[in-house]
Write a protein that binds this ligand. Sequence first.
Ligand code: F6P
Length: 366
Amino acid sequence: MEGIKGTLAVLTGGGDCPGLNAVIRAVVKTALHNGYQIYGISNGFHGLIQGDMRLLSLHDVSGILPRGGTVLGTTNRDNPFRYASGEDEKGNVIYKDMRGAVVQNLKDRGVECLVIIGGDGSLKIGYDLNRFCGVNVVGVPKTIDNDLPCTERTFGFDTAVAAATDALDRLHTTAESHHRVMVLEVMGRYAGWIALHSGLAGGADVILIPEIPYNIDSVIAKIRERQQQGKKFSIITVAEGAKPIGGKVTVARIVKESFEQIRLGGIGNKLADQIEQLTGIESRCTVLGYLQRGGSPTAYDRVLSTRYGVEAAEACIQKDYNIMVALSANRIIRVPIEKVADHAHQVPLDSDLIKAGRELGICFGD
Ligand code: F6P
């Protein structure tokens, strides 16, 4: 089109996350402001494979800054390199390679660079689209789990921690009134960031994270120690990926068509049952679940999402492709996407947060 400097596209991939709309808004506004047109792709890689995309206007991103979810839609199932397209007669999923469709759909519209707002699965697909198909990509680190490398923060994490902290504050009421052990299971996959931050912010007595396999005897000893001090209740924050020493993670379900098939969940109830049996103290578990992912982003996440979105669009405009925008020492930087793809960021065992927790007498189950 005359006067248009170039064409970009944007998609949101993986689980929804507070701040997605704030990123979309910032990417679109920056692109339009610099004379670019930009396609919004519906439902993540599904829309990219199907060619389901449309040009976005300022009107499309008006009023979405405080809204949770994603106006573009998302899915954490569809991978262009392994696209589930039905089942055979034995019920096995049939996978197709749809990279050709992706390349054609972008080429047909003259898209120079694709902005992928996603977690490790989506960014790995982005990396593969670049190295195997020559598609230019720019990544934006999205996940409530904060488990991406090369960045101090993913957007959405702050909001999830705020929700989990609020839940812990509320659980204190019942814990104190009924003299119970209250367990809160939070998300986070194989990283304990949400459990660690919310546990510290919400005054948990025990924090169990995947990085430190736990010994149930240590947890029981902490609860008994509190009883001896006259504290008749205890609060435990457990990450969904926590596991006992020598044991395995608790799996909630397998999603066969997904790029990451294992969905964790269920450790909290197991733990509450075990504690009740071993101590005789009434114990209850609350699984916070999707309440951590829903709703309006915090002010911090809105600002971070906006900074990421602007930087991502600027990288596209400057043709600085195949990078992920990231946070380092509170500055926005760009890192090569291959450094991010397929790497996880767990809580380091020498984290000052763990040290601070130990000084406060918090039990980490070891
Ligand atoms: O990665 C975000 C996350 O919410 C994880 O914390 C959780 O394990 C997973 O997604 C749940 O996925 P689903 O939406 O498929 O249940």
